[in-house]
Design a protein around this ligand. Structure first.
Ligand code: NAI
Ligand SMILES: N[C@@H](CC=O)C(=O)O
Length: 814
């Protein structure tokens, strides 16, 4: 014997009923079959509405009844050929007439008792099962319609009747043992009491009917057919990559169902659990899919976490006070008080200090909770031993569920780590000693992010989604976007990172796309975007509240650098090639680093020194492994190195500088390079990263640029430099006559930093530097004589973009 139960969506209309019949036909080829049917989708609500309207003397109930009647008649008309409609049509009409008589009675009496409610609601399952039975008959599947009220006997708690197990099991067993035939159709949800009055089984009632029948007949298979592919690892509306769970234990199913995965209502499956029978959850509309097998026993398929679920609209109620410590009975009184108001407690925590007890309840019940608890503890509150009940709303519970969590360490650590890295504040925690469920209370606005983060960490072997917000589409920005586009597949395949640009801006425009901006067409997308407003851009990033968000600053703008702190406070990592923040006041630099640490995110600016060269990371590695930086000697300006390598007086100094700008080595304002300011920033950053608390104004700068070149615009600067050509030639010739090269050298020694032009001879470490190269010499405790050297191209859009890219990957992999 096998039992198949079809829910309301499976029999919602003629098309679905035909699909159900093909599943039944297939099942019949294997074994004798009992079908349990819910009402046509939406009908139970309509029936109860009609009853309630009638009791409130609202004439509209007649319209509801007409709607109910028409839905069923229409289904019959569409399902059956005209020649076979008459008997079922008259049965449907007769049942609807009976329903109408009852509702007229309710209208006249102005009263709707629970008993009559059950009577009204029962028409849904009776009608659906009769229609299905007729259709199967007409299509050649002989069957017997069985009135479930004859087999399932309950007490008289109408609307949520309790089944009398023994007698029910006996009736069902006896009936099916002697019944002739292969196919039986039963209305789910309905039963009767000892007086023969109709009762209903409450929430999940049809599942319960199937379980009772399955258990009593020792069915080989019990299948719950519904409109989803089975129980899912998370709510698919929140997590697009949620997948069906193949196997799950009853206990896990119960935990997940309690937390929102309402595919089945496990408590109603208890009869099967008692008999160690398993249940399949299958999709009516994709029967070929595996579905979910709910086992009586825990089965290990290697997964530790089975699913993630959530409950929204949760309020946390905290009872707190010194008067609670060490005094038995407080919690009992709290729970009794809540129970008196039928307030369901969905979450409990109490620290071992016993100073506070905290319960989670539905937000809808907060007023009654406050009233009843404050009343219960009014004496203690008056005496100041307990505070009035504190209630916080706008919360939700997110829970990890899995039987095997108990045999694994580190699950909660991983859970809280993932939430923390994404700035999700955990307000309360509960884990039962069964270790089957770890529940956290978080802000409701963080639920989507939390579930996705956890899903990614615990289930997705595919990839982690990284959400980028990039500001700056100039020389470096353009190359970065190009590299991101080119490397998309590589990152996904080899690093399991799916990197999407969600927000993009320059000084004119900004654009957002939650699915990721198409990088082949970012220019067009930006042109069609909104007028750039930095404040709005940052606010949008914060309100999107996406997991694994990274802000990328590819500008040279101070206002942009001043937004980092707000981003860190939302646990959003910042990657910057913009040097302004790291070379701002020591206080600001330290505060930004502290904030990033405090909010579990990263502040990465490797490209601030040496563009794509691994200068800062090398320095950090030395320091963190216990080395001490004693001296730094470096050439840190790609622009100046390029200029002095290419200038020999044959063409003007200004034209060589212009070439450096055209080739993308200079700052957006090349005066920063020529004045030595850019080099000062870099040596300042290196000194700070080496652990020395340096300020910019403590750095001496032996500049070679005539002060008047700094006046006016960039074009004025070029014109002014032309006027000083003889000055630049003289600088060159003085060095050249001694076979020396001009190098703009940055040094740091004994806590002091200096930058300036120097003559370098061929024996010097800094001499052999070509093109736009940079070189950094670290003399440390471990490298006292021969320095650790980092050398290579130190400017240029491509190498800088690749350094920014590497920082993005670093931030993505935390
Ligand atoms: N070129 C190089 O070799 C290296 C450059 N860098 C740094 O890279 C950064 C960018 O340099 P480039 O791309 O050459 O500059 P760029 O001038 O070509 O581009 C700057 C971009 O920032 C945007 N921008 C400026 N102010 C903005 C604001 N308030 N809001 C939004 N967008 C704004 C501009 O619209 C432009 O798209 C600079 O900070 C520079 O110091 C760092 C290392 C090496
Ligand atoms: N303008 C800079 C670029 C890198 O920071 C330089 O020339 O070095």
């Amino acid at each position: 014997m096998q039992v198949l139960k079809f829910g309301g969506s499976s029999v919602a209309n003629e098309k679905n009923i035909k699909q159900v019949s093909s599943i039944i036909r297939n099942a019949l080829s294997k074994d004798k079959t009992i079908i349990v049917v819910s009402a046509l989708g939406g009908i139970t609500d309509l029936l109860l509405q009609a009853g309630s309207m009638a009791s409130n003397a609202d004439n509209e109930y007649k319209q509801k009844l007409a709607e109910i009647k028409e839905r069923h008649l229409e289904t019959v008309r569409l399902l059956l050929p005209l020649t076979h409609q008459s008997s079922i049509l008259s049965a449907v009409i007769q049942l609807n007439n009976e329903l109408e008589d009852i509702c007229n009675g309710i209208y006249l009496l102005g009263e709707l008792s629970d008993r009559i409610k059950d009577r009204v609601a029962s028409f849904g399952e009776i009608l659906s099962s009769r229609i299905l039975s007729s259709y199967l008959e007409v299509t050649g599947l002989d069957n017997t319609w069985v009135d479930a009220r004859q087999l399932i006997i309950t007490d008289s708690r109408y609307t949520r009747a309790h089944v009398q197990q023994e007698i029910t099991e006996k009736y069902i067993r006896n009936y099916f043992q002697s019944a002739i035939g292969h196919l039986f159709i039963l209305p789910g949800f309905i039963a009767s009491n000892e007086q023969g009055h109709t009762t209903t089984l409450g929430r999940g009632g049809s599942d319960y009917t199937a379980a009772l029948v399955g258990a009593a007949t020792n069915a080989t298979e019990v299948e719950i057919w519904t409109d989803v592919p089975g129980m899912m690892t998370a709510d698919p509306r929140l997590v697009p990559h949620a997948r069906t769970i193949d196997n799950i234990s009853f206990q896990e199913a119960m935990e997940l169902s309690h937390f929102g995965a309402k595919v089945i209502y496990p408590p109603t499956i208890q009869p099967l659990l008692n008999k160690n029978l398993s249940v399949w959850v299958k999709n009516t509309f994709a029967p070929e899919l595996h579905g979910t097998l709910i086992h009586a026993h825990t089965q290990s398929d290697g997964s530790i976490i089975r699913g993630i679920s959530s409950i929204s609209k949760v309020a946390l109620c905290s009872l707190e006070g010194s008067g609670m410590v060490g005094i038995p009975g407080f919690s009992k009184r709290l729970f009794d008080a809540l129970a008196r108001q039928s307030i369901n407690v969905i979450f409990i925590t109490q620290a071992s200090s016993e100073h506070t007890i905290c319960v989670g309840i539905d937000e809808g019940a907060i007023r009654q909770a406050k009233q009843v608890v404050d009343e219960e503890f009014k004496n203690e509150i008056k005496e100041g031993r307990v505070n009035p009940l504190d209630i916080e709303t706008g919360l939700a519970i997110v829970a990890l569920v899995g039987d095997h969590m108990k045999s694994h360490t580190g699950i909660s650590g991983k859970m809280f780590g993932a939430l923390g890295r994404n700035g999700i504040n955990v307000r309360a925690i509960a884990q039962g000693s069964s270790e089957r469920n770890i529940s956290t209370v978080i802000n409701a606005s963080d639920v989507r992010k939390a579930i996705n983060v956890l899903h990614e960490d615990f289930f997705e072997t595919t990839y982690k989604q990284i959400n980028l917000f990039i500001v700056g589409t100039g020389n470096v920005g353009k190359r970065l976007l190009h590299q991101l586009e080119q490397q998309f597949q590589y990152l996904q395949k080899h690093l399991r990172l799916q990197v999407r640009v969600i927000g993009l801006a320059n000084s004119r425009k900004m654009v957002f796309d939650d699915k990721g901006i198409r990088l082949s067409q970012w220019g067009e997308a930006l042109d069609n975007g909104l007028k750039m407003n930095l404040h709005d851009f940052i606010e949008e990033i914060q309100s999107k509240n996406l997991r694994n968000s990274i802000f990328v600053d590819v500008t040279a703008n101070e206002s942009v650098s001043m937004c980092y702190d707000a981003l860190f406070r939302k646990s959003i990592s910042v990657v910057a090639c913009n040097k302004i923040a790291a070379s701002s006041s020591l206080h600001n630099y330290q505060q930004l680093k502290d904030l990033a640490r405090e909010y579990n995110c990263l502040f990465l600016f490797e490209t601030n020194v040496g563009a794509g060269l691994p200068v800062i990371n090398t320095l950090n590695d030395l320091v963190s492994s216990g080395d001490t930086i004693q001296t730094i000697e470096a050439v840190l300006s790609g622009t100046l190195n390029f200029v002095f390598n290419n200038y020999n007086g044959e063409r003007s100094f200004a034209s060589v500088v212009r070439q450096a700008q055209e080739e993308g080595y200079t700052e957006p304002d090349p005066r920063l390079d020529l004045s030595g300011k850019d080099v000062m920033r870099k040596i300042l950053i290196l000194a700070r990263e080496a652990g020395y608390p340096l300020e910019m104004d403590a750095i001496s700068n032996n500049s070679f640029l005539p002060p008047s070149c700094m006046n006016g615009s960039v074009e004025d600067f070029y014109k002014e430099m032309e006027k000083y050509e003889s000055h630049f030639r003289q600088l060159y010739e003085e060095a050249a006559k001694d076979h020396k090269k001009l190098k703009y050298v940055a040094s740091f020694k004994d806590g002091k930093a200096a930058v300036g032009l120097q003559h370098i001879d061929a024996a010097h470490n800094l001499y052999h530097l070509y093109g736009k190269d940079n070189v950094v010499l670290f003399y440390t405790t471990r490298y006292p004589e021969q320095p650790l050297v980092v050398k290579g191209a130190g400017a240029g859009a491509d190498v800088t973009a690749s350094g920014v890219f590497a920082d993005i990957v670093r931030a993505a992999r935390i």
